[in-house]
Design a protein around this ligand. Structure first.
Ligand code: ZN
Length: 188
């Protein structure tokens, strides 16, 4: 597995803004791409990565999130679930939305409160080439929606409902973090 360089908005590369191409077949090259993406995501570290973020315009994403126990909290043993998916499609999404904090490896230092469906159903090809449909909820559903958006050139900043939902986080005193809205950060 090789780590790849992550493209950010500061690079001005249109790959982040263009729809990515479907994968025709999960072959050795696609599996290699998936493995490199997992290595890159883990070292970043991040909870998800889409192929355009490493400059590859193909519909491939990887997601690794904590397994949740029944109450929606991360399981105590720190277990994670890894998805390596080609051509992921959201075939159903809940009407119920929830706003939650997001960041992106391609949008350095920016955070946003983004509304997402609380539950989704995804159809995709797995690393082993099998097609499967599965459901996801909560944080896992949020990360999957964020990564699948990347395949259509959409960034989380496009999804915020107003500018005051975009902010930086600064450490004012050791261990004390405050939100600095973009509007304030831009003054002067
Ligand atoms: Zn992202």
């Amino acid at each position: 597995m090789a780590q790849r360089r992550i493209v950010t908005v500061e690079d001005g590369d249109p790959v982040l803004r263009r729809p990515a191409r479907p994968v025709s077949r999960v072959d050795a090259a696609i599996r290699q791409l998936m493995d490199d993406m997992v290595a890159t995501m883990r070292s970043a570290p991040g909870v998800g990565l889409a192929a355009p973020q490493i400059g590859v315009p193909q519909r491939v994403i990887v997601v690794e999130v904590p397994v949740e126990s029944g109450d929606g909290q991360p399981a105590e043993d720190g277990q994670t679930r890894l998805w390596t998916l080609a051509n992921p499609e959201i075939v159903w999404r809940s009407e119920e939305l929830e706003e939650g904090q997001e960041a992106c490896l391609s949008v350095p230092e920016l955070y946003g409160d983004v509304p997402r469906s609380v539950a989704i159903r995804v159809r995709a090809l797995h690393r082993n080439g099998r097609r499967e449909t599965f459901e996801a909820r909560g944080f896992e559903a949020r990360v999957l929606q964020h990564e699948i958006d990347h395949l259509d050139g959409i960034l989380f900043v496009d999804r915020v409902t107003s500018l005051d939902k975009l902010y930086r986080i600064e450490e004012q005193a050791p261990g004390q973090y405050v939100r600095v809205p973009l509007g304030v950060a831009c003054v002067g």
